[in-house]
Design a protein around this ligand. Structure first.
Ligand SMILES: *[C@@H]1O[C@H](CO)[C@@H](O)[C@H](O)[C@H]1NC(C)=O
Ligand SMILES: *[C@@H]1O[C@H](CO)[C@@H](O)[C@H](O)[C@H]1NC(C)=O
Ligand SMILES: *[C@@H]1O[C@H](CO)[C@@H](O)[C@H](O)[C@H]1NC(C)=O
Length: 209
């Protein structure tokens, strides 16, 4: 089954929505883009390879109180094409099965910023993906903003080359999320990928069928 990465995000978000006990009265508005840093002199070739999603904060997440549901990291692979677009392949658990999603990010306006092609079949009206900071070797912080069914959603993501990052980097991520109005209830830390989850056997570097 081929699902877009966006679909995956939305499924996760829907799952989070359905767990919400207290629905906040208003959605946190997206910040002006001028408030969002951009990695200077972005080097797209060095950004290639595997990344793990360590944490995410979004104005769409409303965690239910007292819910101990776990969310597992996804592994995201970036391969650069000659036209400077990326083939993005995401591997993660969908239910209890390993699944893979692919998408294409194309350069958009300035280096370090991308958008998606072919969103005509979905209800997504715009999509912006920006690298706000990276050292290419340990961490990457991302800002993603998209319009879906006339609503604007935004996310901050912390990616790591490994499944663990220093507490300094995690604090930096939390600070950035807070500066955009996102609090604990909007933030999810993903559990490290384990080799066996309730019968689903999956090694991080194993390719899923
Ligand atoms: C917590 O999440 C699980 C799995 O999504 C759900 O079945 C359960 O109802 C949730 N519990 C609460 C208290 O929200
Ligand atoms: C990206 O994907 C396209 C379409 O599947 C493929 O033709 C191309 O070779 C891929 N590029 C890289 C760098 O793997
Ligand atoms: C986008 O859609 C066009 C027309 O349907 C198709 O030719 C093209 O290959 C698609 N591009 C990608 C990246 O899927």
């Amino acid at each position: 089954m081929v699902l877009s990465l966006l679909c995956l995000s939305l499924i996760v978000l829907e799952a989070l929505h359905s767990q919400a006990q207290d629905i906040p009265p208003t959605r946190i508005p997206a910040p002006p883009l001028s408030k969002i840093p951009l990695q200077p002199d972005f080097q797209d070739d060095r950004f290639q390879g595997d990344w793990f999603t360590i944490g995410a904060a979004t104005n769409a997440v409303m965690k239910g109180k007292g819910n101990n549901s776990k969310y597992y990291m996804t592994r995201v692979n970036f391969e650069l094409n000659d036209d400077h677009s990326y083939n993005v392949s995401t591997t993660g658990l969908s239910g209890q099965k390993c699944a893979q999603w692919t998408s294409t990010l194309v350069p958009y306006i300035q280096p370090g910023q991308f958008t998606r092609l072919n969103m005509t079949n979905s209800d997504t009206e715009s999509y912006l993906w920006r690298v706000t900071a990276t050292d290419y070797e340990q961490f990457a912080m991302l800002y993603i903003e998209y319009k879906f069914k006339h609503r604007i959603y935004f996310q901050v993501k912390l990616n790591g080359r490994t499944q663990e990052l220093s507490s300094e980097l995690q604090e930096h991520f939390i600070k950035f999320a807070r500066s955009l109005g996102l609090g604990d209830e909007n933030t999810v830390y993903f559990e490290p990928i384990v080799t066996s989850i309730q019968g689903a056997t999956w090694l991080p570097h194993q390719t899923c069928q």
